[in-house]
Write a new protein. Structure first.
Length: 172
């Protein structure tokens, strides 16, 4: 599993991600967490004990609408959506950012249905706004879509391969 992660991580190295603050630290943390999850998944639990569960993905800033949401999060309604892309991106990142933006536009095309405020930021132009969001929940891949409640707290964060289905699942 670690070998597949490292070989897939190479696709991000062509990007200017190495210039991002803390990229190496985040990458090391993801590798360490992946390795720990792999080890934990391979261990047998003692008879009668609860199965060993790998650390939550939220620890590395990766979340999914499929993950079990905390009861208090289920009650919170999305009031604002913040799309984070990149102005000056390499071709692979540009393709991913454009696909994420297209998926978001397809879902939010009928504004009367969702009634949310939509903001767009770029990591290479809007650092202050993005750093405020990163303090609430770290992102490690682009595009990133923060779903915020009316108090400005993060309800969900989608990043990387963002699809219409994933966005709809968050907005349900």
């Amino acid at each position: 599993m670690l070998d597949s992660f490292l070989s897939n991580a190479g696709q991000y190295m062509c990007c200017s991600a190495l210039q991002e603050e803390g990229f190496i630290v985040r990458l090391a943390f993801v590798v360490a967490t992946t390795f720990a999850c792999t080890l934990a998944a391979g261990r047998e639990s003692p008879v009668g004990a609860a199965p060993v569960q790998p650390p939550a993905l939220a620890l590395v800033g990766v979340s999914s609408p499929d993950a079990a949401a905390a009861p208090e999060q289920a009650k919170r309604k999305v009031a604002r959506i913040v799309f984070v892309g990149k102005k000056n991106a390499c071709p692979c990142t540009r393709k991913s950012v454009d696909a994420g933006k297209k998926a978001l536009r397809a879902v939010l095309g009928n504004k009367s249905r969702y009634r949310v405020q939509e903001l767009n930021f770029d990591v290479d132009a809007d650092r202050d706004q993005i750093n405020a969001l990163r303090e609430k929940r770290a992102m490690v891949a682009l595009p990133a879509i923060y779903f915020l409640d009316s108090a400005g707290e993060v309800v969900e964060l989608l990043q990387g391969d963002v699809t219409e289905a994933k966005i709809r699942a968050v907005l349900k």
